[in-house]
Ligand binder design. Structure first.
Ligand code: 5GP
Ligand code: MN
Length: 325
């Protein structure tokens, strides 16, 4: 890959972009621009409102809002960088625009399992990395040195590392991750301020929706080993739902002792988004692939269902029964 020549670059991340998708994308785009390339950062749909303060977020182009402009840029791109996903289907409607350009080289920077063979020209795939932002940090240090990371970039990378690890509480919390965080602190990040902006800036509707989701809508199944929450579009409307309001809901049932798998079914106008979380050896990546046309990591995965909510829940019950029998 001729990295030094001028290139039109597209930096892409996944549907329902999260803190890691955004933080890694913005930081990577800035590094490429620093090398003299022209870069556009694109995500398939809107990001959650509680991330709209991230430094550089205004440069993120949203396919559902700027389709024509993005299609044109995709056709011109010399290089397409895919960050925080490894399967083109996670671009939803944007994937066609990307597939239409057959001349662009493709670069993968990601931490999901099983990257497809032969699809990318250059692959940085580390399923044991806790976030893509962590991988991007390591690449930046190798490519251009830690001095390239200013306070804004450090903040973006920290948001990615913090959100993907559940505020440093999930897996792959290596000593090196904390060394990297120490470096980000040296680069000037304000951790209490970032925490407040991400975790304490929700709407009233979100907090009330959480109470409804955990009260009337949570079901515990399989003798206390699994739980589900389902929210239909009409229910979401009652709570003035905004993209991102259900972020984190799926984790709560896992705080019940004995619950090893938790599912959230969230309906939109096209399909039902499935979010799965698990503890220990319960493999929801496998579960999502098998039953919900999805995938992810062992303890955090997702997928979708085009059935009705009732049928989706029935399918889940049957699958759980089989799994925990
Ligand atoms: P979330 O529940 O937060 O939407 O997704 C959790 C994780 O599951 C994501 O980090 C991603 O790895 C994975 N994931 C979510 N939805 C899908 C999907 O439709 N397909 C695949 N392959 N992975 C998904
Ligand atoms: Mn990630």
């Amino acid at each position: 890959m001729a990295a030094q020549e001028f290139m039109n670059v597209l930096v892409l991340s996944h549907y329902n972009p999260d803190g890691d998708a955004l933080g890694a994308s913005i930081a990577w785009a800035r590094v490429l621009e620093g090398m003299g390339h022209s870069v556009m950062c694109v995500v398939p749909n809107k990001f959650p409102y509680f991330l709209d303060w991230m430094p550089g977020i205004e440069r993120i182009r949203i396919f559902t809002e700027h389709g024509d402009e993005i299609r044109a840029a995709a056709a011109e791109a010399d290089l397409v960088c895919c960050l925080d996903f490894n399967n083109i289907s996670r671009l939803e409607g944007l994937s066609e625009a990307i597939e239409a350009n057959t001349k662009a080289q493709k670069l993968l920077i990601d931490h999901h399992l099983d990257p497809p063979e032969g699809y990318f020209d250059l692959v940085f795939s580390y399923p044991h990395a806790s976030s893509t932002s962590y991988i991007v940090f390591k690449l930046i240090v190798e490519l251009v040195g830690v001095e390239a990371i200013d306070r804004d970039m450090a903040t973006d990378l920290y948001v990615g590392m913090m959100t993907d690890t559940g505020n440093f509480s999930y897996s792959y919390l290596t000593p090196d991750l904390f060394r990297v965080v120490a470096t980000l602190v040296e680069r000037g990040i304000d951790i209490p301020d970032i925490n407040r902006r991400v975790y304490n800036s929700y709407s009233e509707g979100r907090v009330r929706l959480l109470s409804y989701a955990l009260g009337p809508k949570m079901e515990v199944l399989a003798k206390g080993q699994a739980a589900l929450i389902s929210l239909k579009e009409s229910e979401l409307r009652r709570f003035k739902f905004r993209q991102g309001d259900s972020e984190g809901f799926v984790n709560y049932p896992l705080s019940i002792e004995g619950v090893k798998m938790s599912a959230l079914f969230l309906q939109n106008h096209r399909f039902i988004r499935v979010s799965l979380r698990s503890r220990g050896d319960v493999d929801v990546n496998d579960f999502a692939r098998r039953y919900f046309d999805g995938g992810g990591h062992r303890n955090a995965a997702g997928g979708k269902s085009t059935d009705t909510m009732e049928i989706t829940i029935e399918r889940f019950r049957a699958a759980v029964k089989e799994y925990f029998q």
